[in-house]
Ligand binder design. Structure first.
Ligand code: ZN
Length: 442
């Protein structure tokens, strides 16, 4: 899957999952419907989350789950349920902040709008259907001119998200009546089949500028949504490209809602992964139990293997992959001097003594060994003691499933800006690492 194309396509979590689905389908992954065959590939989605997995040739006493996970969402501005506002002869849209965007970066950008629409057909009128869509027009949130905001260069730009995040979307209709409601809903209805009625929508703004190469030697990538589309792309490439692992089940998880704490039906706190692992494990177990089932994995001993899923998970391993803060050349004081990852210098191992990351002694040690064996450069990140530390889906999943987990990422700058930056070589290293992780026999 072309990385730049993925970055340009995955403009909402729904689009991320749609692109991943297309990629998995194109690589012979089948829709998972509870019947498993050995050495086959499957995927299953829930909302804007998706899990893909590959079954082993043989599931035996020492078989493990090898899980790599990332998040499909990113900070953004969502169009509010009743968005229509009018000001200074212009139609504007009230937006609601999703996650923690770097506010100032959203100003003076070309903003696209996209998401999922829920509607009913004209003929039927009852059955809810959904449609993924991406609008063709560009909106804008302009800054005040420097002349009207004297002191902004000295004092810094202060953004009040309630006042400053109304997006300008149309001038023409602004001349209509001020009281006219549902103008934006009417605009969205144009995306639906003729006669269909829009019932609800989940639409967000995004940076419409395509991803670019940058740096004098094209060594960098500039794009929106690198956090965490970069990790999604690396995991997808790796699970498709990895050689088959004889005994282990390979699992790739892409969770929505990490940026807002993951406590949703489709988020990492929800039971999506647990329920998929239950189904996979149950299927393996049945295969051993009842020879009449068509799901027998090749070479299986007829005796039931007496292990539970939880004990199997405690001897399995997971990679939690999310972007890492590279040292900023203009602000080196923001990093712990001995633990400051550099752009283009390889994978970042993230650890934290307050356990904001899932990495522990043995999961970190395994990762170090894996990188050493595969000659992949590794750097270590901890935050300064006088600064708070971010987190990932790692601690949640590790705690809930009891699976040893290590938090890693690619170094980047401008995290949560509408336009972020990373090094191309680190992405190549990440794809290689996840592939090696999936093929590992230890
Ligand atoms: Zn992230």
């Amino acid at each position: 899957m072309d990385f730049f194309e993925f970055l340009n396509t995955a403009v909402t979590p729904y689009h991320t999952v749609d692109a991943l689905k297309a990629f998995f389908r194109a690589n012979s992954f089948a829709n998972f419907d509870d019947v498993l065959e050995p050495e086959k590939s499957y995927f299953v989605s829930r909302g804007a989350s998706i899990i893909a997995f590959r079954t082993p040739k043989q599931w035996n006493e020492s078989s493990k789950f090898r899980i790599a996970m990332a998040h499909t969402d990113f900070p953004s501005l969502k169009i509010s349920p009743n968005p229509d506002c009018f000001s200074a002869g212009v139609c504007t849209l009230h937006t609601e902040v999703y996650g923690s965007p770097l506010y100032t970066s959203w100003l003076d950008r070309d903003l696209g709008y996209a998401g999922m629409l829920a509607y009913v057909d004209a003929a039927d009128g009852k059955t809810l259907k959904t449609k993924l869509f991406r609008g063709e027009k560009l909106f804008r949130i302009p800054q005040l001119a420097v002349h009207l905001n004297r002191g902004v260069n000295q004092d810094g730009l202060k953004v009040n998200p309630q006042i400053d995040f109304n997006a300008l979307w149309s001038g023409a209709s602004g001349r209509a009546s001020e009281g006219e409601k549902n103008l934006f809903v009417k605009a969205l209805e144009k995306e639906l089949p003729a006669g269909a009625r829009l019932i609800d929508f989940d639409v967000q703004l995004f940076d419409a500028q395509p991803a670019n190469q940058g740096g004098f030697n094209d060594e960098w990538i500039y794009s929106g949504r690198l956090d965490n589309l970069s990790s999604c792309h690396a995991i997808a490439e790796a699970i498709v490209g990895a050689e088959s692992n004889e005994n282990d089940c390979l699992v790739a998880c892409f969770f929505n809602n990490e940026e807002v704490g993951s406590t949703t039906r489709e988020g990492a706190v929800g039971n999506f992964l647990q329920s998929v692992l239950d189904s996979i494990f149950g299927s393996f177990d049945l295969a051993q139990d009842d020879n009449s089932r068509s799901v027998i994995l090749e070479g299986q001993s007829p005796n039931r293997i007496h292990t539970s899923l939880s004990s199997r998970l405690s001897s399995s391993i997971a990679l939690s992959i999310d972007m890492a803060h590279a040292e900023h050349p203009n602000h080196t004081e923001k990093h712990e001097p001995n633990h400051a990852p550099l752009l283009g210098k390889g994978i970042v191992l993230k650890t934290n003594s307050q356990k904001r990351y899932a990495s522990d002694l043995m999961s970190s040690a395994k990762l170090r060994l894996l990188c050493e064996q595969a000659s992949i450069p590794l750097q270590v990140f901890i935050t300064r003691n006088d600064m708070p530390c971010g987190s990932t889906v790692g601690p949640t999943v590790s705690a809930n499933l009891g699976i040893p987990t290590v938090d890693i990422g690619e170094p980047m700058l401008s995290m949560h800006s509408i336009r972020e930056m990373m090094a191309a070589s680190d992405h190549a290293d990440m794809i290689k690492l996840v592939r090696v992780f999936f093929c590992d026999k230890n």
